[in-house]
Design a protein around this ligand. Structure first.
Ligand SMILES: C[S@@+](CC[C@H](N)C(=O)[O-])C[C@H]1O[C@@H](n2cnc3c(N)ncnc32)[C@H](O)[C@@H]1O
Length: 324
């Protein structure tokens, strides 16, 4: 899956946050929650990275092994079974890599919305959430302010005083900049639906009423919500860009890429996050046509001059510490 690069960039922030938490508190059992965990290869990758960072620190400090409790959360429709099925291999691999020096790790799943309480009071040490909190219960800035505040308040109840949380989400560059980044990808999806309306394959009213309930905030908006809500101290808020086609982030600007292959990579990524919403709204018979059309539109977009500037997502990574 192509999300690896963005996760690698956020990884440094996650590692420094968890190491700081561990070395300050030295818990016997560390409870970690991943909210909006999904069910792809990234789900357990991020857990591996968190454990690796702690184990490195622990060995360096010469402390005894600790136990890990890991809770994976997503909406009830998430494919938890596929995660659970991959756990025996995960446990085996972790044991081998750590040469049996690591304490036991207990992984479980908690279905439910993170826009509300999910865990007992003050039961978590570290919360991680990537590319989930920009999804809204409804549309846009006001709703994002409301949802994100509920998210923060619920986590405050659940995280031990001084516990940490790292959130990665899609963002945008400034308060009035709605023209670039992810918005452009949304426009290309809208264009693909309209193309199919012109061909008589989708009803116009159906295409018009499709809504992608996603809000990409800018840094100032996030700061303002954190300040007003007030449960967490902001340790770090960083912005980084990623290519729509994340595989291109490993190459320099001069790299000549194959536009159709890139368009296919981008489609695969967007399909993973929008397919279920499109199927709910338009049915599944049309879904391959939509994404075929989308690939063609992306390829056209990538062929236009200056498209490189408009083919990037802005990401925000936020590191927080729960107030006492
Ligand atoms: C783009 S995926 C990200 C998956 C994974 N964290 C990653 O970075 O690859 C977003 C996930 O957030 C989940 N999600 C969205 N709204 C949610 C909510 N209110 N409560 C829990 N999970 C939610 C979706 O079901 C989806 O699995």
């Amino acid at each position: 899956m192509t999300k690896k690069t963005a996760i690698t960039k956020a990884k440094e922030v996650v590692a420094s946050s968890i190491v700081d938490l561990y070395s300050r508190t030295l818990p016997k059992c560390l409870c970690i929650a991943d909210l909006g965990c999904g069910s792809g290869p990234n789900t357990l990758l991020v857990i591996t990275e968190i454990i690796d960072a702690i184990e490195l620190e622990r060995n360096g400090m010469g402390h005894p092994p600790l136990e890990y409790q890991v809770v994976l959360n997503d909406l009830p429709g998430n494919d938890f079974n596929s995660i659970f099925k991959s756990l025996p291999i995960f446990y085996e691999k972790t044991k081998k890599e750590k040469e049996h020096q690591m304490g036991p790790c207990f992984i479980s799943g908690v279905p439910g919305s993170f826009l509300g309480r999910l865990f007992p009071s003050k039961s978590l040490h570290f919360v991680h959430s990537s590319y989930g909190v920009h999804w809204l219960s409804q549309a846009y800035l006001k709703q994002f302010q409301k949802d994100f505040s509920v998210f923060l308040r619920s986590r405050y109840e659940e995280i031990v005083p001084g516990g940490h949380m790292v959130i990665t989400l899609l963002g945008r560059t400034s308060e009035d900049d709605f023209s670039t980044d992810f918005s452009c990808l949304k426009e290309l999806l809208a264009k693909s639906l309209n193309d199919l309306v012109s061909q008589g394959l989708i009803e116009e009213a159906k295409a018009d009423s499709f809504n992608l309930p996603l809000y990409a905030p800018c840094v100032e908006e996030v700061r303002a919500i954190l300040q007003t809500e007030g449960s967490f101290d902001l340790e770090k808020l960083e912005m980084f860009e990623t290519n729509w086609d994340l595989s291109l982030d490993n190459y320099n600007e001069e790299f000549v890429f194959d536009k159709y292959t890139s368009a296919q990579n981008i489609t695969r990524h967007l399909r993973a996050i929008t397919e279920s919403l499109l199927v709910q709204h338009l049915g599944d018979a049309i879904i391959n046509n939509i994404f075929q059309r989308f690939t063609e539109n992306i390829e056209k977009h990538l062929s236009e001059e200056k498209s490189r500037e408009k083919s990037r997502n802005v990401n925000l990574v936020i590191s927080l510490r729960s107030k006492n």
